[in-house]
Design a protein around this ligand. Structure first.
Ligand code: URA
Length: 443
């Protein structure tokens, strides 16, 4: 019996006994998931065996390739230039994709970006973009490829033809306690990214209280594994390990995050968005280097800064919005165009001092309770709600000073969210020591 035709139970038994699976066995498993020829209990049994026994780099690469080829692989070969995307493992207030895609595309690097919706406590790029009236994230792969060629960037959602094996396996992992497994996470993320038709990839692997990876060591292991797969698949991949203990920027929600992103593109975001721009520029610099349009990091950063100073990044964002059916006036008048919540209230400091902590997870859960994300898959997102004007760690506040603004559409939730936000902020003396945001570079 060849590898590929071995019975599911033989493949499961080999992994159960700690053996490395062959490419053929891995291909049979992925085919079984895609075509429904393996029963769910057999898929789940192998997922659990992988969870317990692990996979080496060769196996994980084979799994990634098989999952990538389980559906359509976008063909962007007609687009000139090195196509580079960015993927974040998810954070709070993480709106980096919006300014980043526009800034990098404005530097002449094609950015094909297929993003996700909110996952767990984290927000999703698609939900944020859909707060722009008319913005269509559901382009076909043909429309996506044409837009990357014409505009230099497309920001779309997962299509059903892209890595369908991941959809099946992720749903099973979700209900069989096999999500937190390094090779399965790597193959899931990288198969979808590689199916986008990219030439290179930059990863923002977050760690801390507001991230899925709680420790630097976990984030490093994930980043190293993903970079190894990118390398094995001949798609240069680099990762930055970035701290995610407080929200990025001052806004958490959907419309409020789009407004903050536009302020960044207009060069008007102010000091509260320094961390957001630091991560955006660091990732952007890696993208320009991978694309070969800058000779070193300094030049990369200068090119990116110029796109803000000369307005070309904002114009690129406007072009993307127009191409995807959104209302471009949002670039000039975000407050007038984006949905606004019916009620706002300010959270206030119970004492004077320095902000020691803004608990990213607590802020995220507060935004979720306001309706900014989904608690169940079928929930609809309220684009208008969330938090804006959040204080940042290290800032000085006076007694009764504003810690942030709650945006709610349900008056009954206003006070609860205000109290929640006040609890999420810890104020202390003296000022806390500043912590580096970008801790390591891998790849
Ligand atoms: N995101 C994904 O797409 N897949 C995982 O397995 C985990 C996070």
């Amino acid at each position: 019996m060849s590898d590929a035709t071995a019975f599911p139970q033989h493949i499961i038994a080999r992994k159960r006994d700690g053996r490395a699976l062959t490419r053929g066995e891995i291909a049979a498993f992925v085919k079984g998931a895609t075509e429904g020829t393996w029963a769910d209990y057999q898929l789940a049994a192998l997922l659990m065996a992988i969870f317990l026994r692990g996979m080496d780099t060769a196996e994980t690469t084979a799994l990634t390739e098989a999952m990538m080829r389980s559906g359509v692989v976008a063909d962007l070969s007609h687009v000139s230039g090195v196509k580079v995307d960015k993927h974040s493992t998810g954070g709070v207030g993480d709106k980096v994709s919006l300014p980043l895609a526009a800034m990098v595309a404005a530097c002449g690097v094609p950015v094909p970006m297929i993003s996700g919706r909110g996952l767990g406590h984290t927000g999703g790029t698609l939900d944020k973009l859909e707060s722009i009236p008319g913005f269509r994230v559901g382009l076909s792969l043909a429309e996506y490829a044409a837009q990357v060629e014409r505009v230099g960037c497309a920001l779309i959602g997962q299509t059903k033809d892209l890595a369908p094996a991941d959809k099946k396996l992720y749903a099973l992992r979700d209900v069989t306690a096999t999500v937190e497994c390094l090779p399965l996470i790597c193959a899931s993320i990288m198969s979808k990214k590689m199916a986008e038709g990219i030439d290179a990839l930059v990863l923002d692997v977050k760690f801390g209280g507001g991230a899925f990876m709680k420790t630097l060591a976990e984030a490093r292991a994930l980043a190293e594994a993903m970079c190894a797969i990118g390398h094995a698949m001949k798609r240069p991949t680099r990762a930055l390990l970035t701290r995610m203990d407080q929200p990025l920027g001052r806004a958490v929600g959907n419309a409020v995050e789009v407004a903050e992103s536009i302020a960044c593109l207009r060069g008007e975001a102010g000091p509260g968005a320094d961390d957001l721009m630091e991560v955006t520029c660091a990732l952007g610099a890696e993208m320009l280097l991978l694309a070969g349009v800058a000779k070193d990091e300094k030049t990369s950063r200068e090119k990116l800064a110029a796109t803000i100073a000369d307005g070309s990044a904002l114009e690129k964002f406007r072009e993307i919005i127009v191409a995807q059916g959104g209302d471009p006036r949002v670039c000039d008048d975000p407050d007038g165009v984006l949905p606004r919540a019916k009620f706002t209230i300010e959270a206030r400091a119970p004492r004077a001092g320095f902000v020691r902590e803004v608990d990213a997870m607590a802020v995220a859960l507060g935004a979720l309770r306001l309706g900014a994300g989904r608690i169940r898959a079928e929930d609809t997102v309220d684009h208008a709600v969330g938090f804006s004007g959040l204080v940042k760690v290290g800032e000085r506040v006076e007694l009764g000073g504003v810690l942030g603004v709650v945006h709610a559409n349900d008056e009954a939730k206003l006070d609860e969210a205000r109290a929640w936000l006040e609890d999420a902020v810890a104020i202390d003396d003296p000022a806390p020591a500043a912590q580096p945001l970008i801790v390591e570079r891998i790849g």
